[in-house]
Write a protein that binds this ligand. Structure first.
Ligand SMILES: Nc1ncnc2c1ncn2[C@@H]1O[C@H](COP(=O)(O)OP(=O)(O)O)[C@@H](O)[C@H]1O
Ligand SMILES: O=C(CO)[C@@H](O)[C@H](O)COP(=O)(O)O
Length: 496
């Protein structure tokens, strides 16, 4: 049967991943990837050079096409997934004004607090926007830019999220789709529209409102790829660029999470847990974000800021490769002989501790081992996800099992730990790069022009990896309970 080829690209924090999907067979034919650097500074600054995203995009695409052994001229459409909440500012000529401030940047925490006060605190924010703005969301980055770079602020012509910017680079059109836009913090998730008065408050001159991109639906195309970019990427100049979306929204599509009852957990730079809802599921709990999905509905989500970045930091400290690190985690017993790590290396969103730093607790002469420290960081990050899952459960979101994705999902020891700490079976999707897969599926959906074709595409292109299915072990579940209880007490002490 004739193939239909689509490209899915995910611009994550640690790198860009690309894959080629044949939507007829549902098979991923080849993949590629290229890393990104992080610009870290004092006060929680976390930024990235957008030029590096473009290089990584090109490199990852070339690699994926080569690995798939397909002619790029056969690509019908492409979809872009991007890390959420980042801020990319462009001037009138479409030039990037400064490095992109990322989702994990906590430098604008004071500005977030100022905006929260303006909105009437958590309750006011919830009533007005349907979610509580958190440090890391785009909105406080705008106020930060006005205060710290007034000269650049005066030149802003386009305010874009990371995947909007990549779509702009691909097509020359500035637009946004509802899922990613809902994480900006200047978007009303109930009404599915921008909150213009909030932007007017940040900039009474009205520049920001004019700089907002047009909103399009998830199944609508942004446009056709620019010829020079098609040449650079080595793909069909007729290829359509789909709306794309935030990486979690694309991860939802790439794990078939487009109907109620499925829970996805991502072990990437961030840790996220989310589930589809067919109505705005506004949570009174500030840490649950009632984002929109990129499939026409909503996607309540919790996000921890410290996950593989924290485990990676400990791994690098001891100069271990991934296998050595995972072996050490396996060697230490549950609870790491009393060593616990609160891995809030750069503040934290869930639990809400924006100004926190990390801590190691319970050390003694007998338990201070590499293995215990490695296990403690993995346990600490996983407890954060359990904390978030408890909040989602409190919101009525349930699932019989968890679909596990992201880099960390490749580790069997971590999968077992997730199953034990959540007390729920976990299973990986065959394609661990679920956000890139979701973007490719969305491209196929968009190119097909059929509004209702998404479920059928997910059915064909998303498969569960039965070999990865991991059930909770009852003795482990019981062993973790007091340790998780201790984690909650430690967090509560930090929140006082
Ligand atoms: N086998 C493994 N065991 C544990 N961690 C892993 C493994 N493979 C990858 N990772 C972690 O996953 C990270 C990348 O995750 P990924 O989901 O690609 O991140 P992002 O999308 O945020 O860029 C790596 O930096 C590494 O720390
Ligand atoms: O901020 C959030 C979600 O609200 C993060 O999940 C970012 O979207 C970054 O994702 P990764 O780089 O970890 O995939």
């Amino acid at each position: 049967m004739k193939r239909k080829l689509y490209l899915g690209i995910d611009c994550g924090t640690q790198g860009t991943k690309a894959l080629v999907l044949d939507s007829v067979s549902g098979q991923v034919l080849g993949q590629g990837g290229a890393p990104h650097d992080l610009i870290s500074g004092a006060n929680g600054r976390r930024e990235q050079d957008t030029g590096q995203w473009l290089q990584a995009f090109t490199q990852a695409t070339h690699q994926a096409l080569q690995a798939a052994q397909v002619d790029g001229q056969a690509i019908l459409a492409l979809g872009v997934s991007g890390q959420q909440h980042g801020l990319v500012l462009l001037d009138e000529q479409g030039q990037v004004l400064r490095p992109a401030k990322l989702w994990c940047d906590t430098e604008s925490t004071p500005q977030n607090q100022q905006l929260l006060d303006y909105l009437g605190g958590e309750q006011g924010s919830l009533e007005r926007l349907g979610l509580v703005i958190a440090p890391g969301y785009t909105v406080s980055k705008l106020l930060w830019t006005r205060e710290h770079h007034p000269d650049l602020f005066a030149r802003i012509a386009h305010v874009l999220l990371p995947h909007d910017y990549l779509n702009y680079w691909l097509t020359g059109r500035a637009c946004a789709e509802y899922g990613d836009a809902s994480g900006s913090g200047y978007f009303d998730v109930r009404q599915r529209g921008w909150d213009l008065p909030l932007l007017q408050h940040i900039d009474p001159g009205g520049r920001l409102q004019k700089a907002l991109p047009e909103l399009i639906e998830a199944h609508q195309p942004v446009g056709q790829i620019r010829p020079e970019i098609a040449r650079q990427l080595g793909i069909n100049p007729q290829a359509v660029v789909a709306s794309g979306g935030g990486d979690n929204m694309m991860g939802a599509i790439g794990t078939g999470n487009i109907r109620p009852g499925v829970i996805t957990m991502s072990l990437g730079s961030s840790g996220t847990v989310y589930a589809y809802a067919d109505q705005p599921l506004i949570s009174p709990e500030a840490s649950v974000a009632a984002f929109c999905s990129s499939s026409g509905g909503w996607l309540p989500l919790i996000c921890t800021m410290n996950l593989t970045n924290a485990t990676g930091a400990v791994r690098e400290l001891f100069k271990l490769d991934l296998d050595e690190f995972n072996n050490l985690v396996t060697q230490a017993p549950i609870g790491a002989e009393g060593v616990s790590m609160l891995p809030f290396l750069n503040g934290e969103r869930v639990p809400a501790l924006p100004q926190a730093t990390g801590s190691l607790l319970g050390l003694s002469l007998t338990n201070l081992t590499q293995a215990n420290l490695c296990r403690a960081v993995v346990e600490g990050t996983t407890f954060g996800l359990r904390y978030g899952l408890d909040l989602l459960h409190g919101n009525g979101l349930q699932g019989e099992s968890i679909r596990l994705i992201g880099g960390g999902a490749k580790s069997p020891v971590w999968r077992q730990m997730v199953a034990d700490i959540m007390g729920t079976p976990v299973i990986c999707t065959e394609q661990s790069e679920a956000a890139a897969l979701g973007a490719a599926i969305q491209a196929a959906w968009c190119e097909s022009g059929t509004l209702h074709g998404l479920a059928e595409l997910c059915e064909r292109c998303v498969s569960l990896d039965r070999g990865s299915e991991t059930r909770p072990i009852p003795a482990h579940v019981s062993a973790y309970q007091p340790i998780y209880h201790r984690y909650r007490q430690q967090v509560a002490a930090l929140q006082e």
